[in-house]
Design a protein around this ligand. Sequence first.
Ligand code: SIN
Ligand code: FE
Length: 310
Amino acid sequence: MTATTSIDYQVFMTDGSSAVSVKGAQADPDTACQFLEKGGVIFFPETPFKFSESDKAFLLSQKQKDADYHKNIAYRPKEDRVTGFGAQTNEEAEELRRIMADFHSQTTRFLQNFLAPYARHWKIDYASFRPIEEKGRKMRLRARNDLLHVDSFPTRPIYGDRILRTFININPTDDRIWNTSETFEKLLETFQGSVKVPGNLDKVAPSGTSPLKSMAKMLGLKANGSSPYDSWMLHFHNFLKENSEFQETCRKDNWQFPPNSSWIVFTDMVSHAVLSGQYALEQTIIVDKQDLVLPEKAPINILKRMYNRV
Ligand code: SIN
Ligand code: FE
């Protein structure tokens, strides 16, 4: 018997077509992966992740430390450690770690079944808690999340692997509101002539420190993506945020994620912006390109095709 995803869900299509309802008992994990890789947002009106009322209340009471430096509160699963929080006591810090670790293990356990093909080689990245109201949030232009963009990984290269994000809105009363626009594939068709051609996309930077990297380190800067793919994606992310004509005139879909709902999306494929919302949890997973169900939809392969680097 083929495994099913067992949970009902909806898929918000980001190409302007209407949402699709999927009966989990009839759909297998491959179907869910295909929807995501085509640029769909998988939506659960009621989140599959459970928290006690007291854990939720605790999260809602947490403040972020140094909001200019830390974009969110982060949980690093490998180190089992939380950064960027403003908890006052050791007990509070430990409580936050416990709740974030629980969220991290709930999401990974769920995705192991729901998106089983990805679990073969995935890398579990940070989870985050986003306690700041996004509406009117003051950020540097390139860090602003209310401008449409595709995600790139500015500090750690991913060499063409994929950025998969799972969210839950834990706000007791307010929706989290997103706009999405065209997928990476469409955007690249539109802007092909305006962004510079990437170098050899498969090339992996040699290990060790290049003069440029040690200089960046000396100056206290974070090294940018160290593969041509990562540098290009970061460049494209910045290009979209800085392009006011695109921001104003592009086609947009507006999505409301109500309290206690969850959604999953490849944020390197779906261009997105968060317009308002406070208190969301998020888990990032890096999906290995060898596990993709539709590899031709991966940004690295789209880039290779567009620039005839096959
Ligand atoms: C983003 O990835 O741009 C932010 C999404 C969110 O926090 O809702
Ligand atoms: Fe983003």
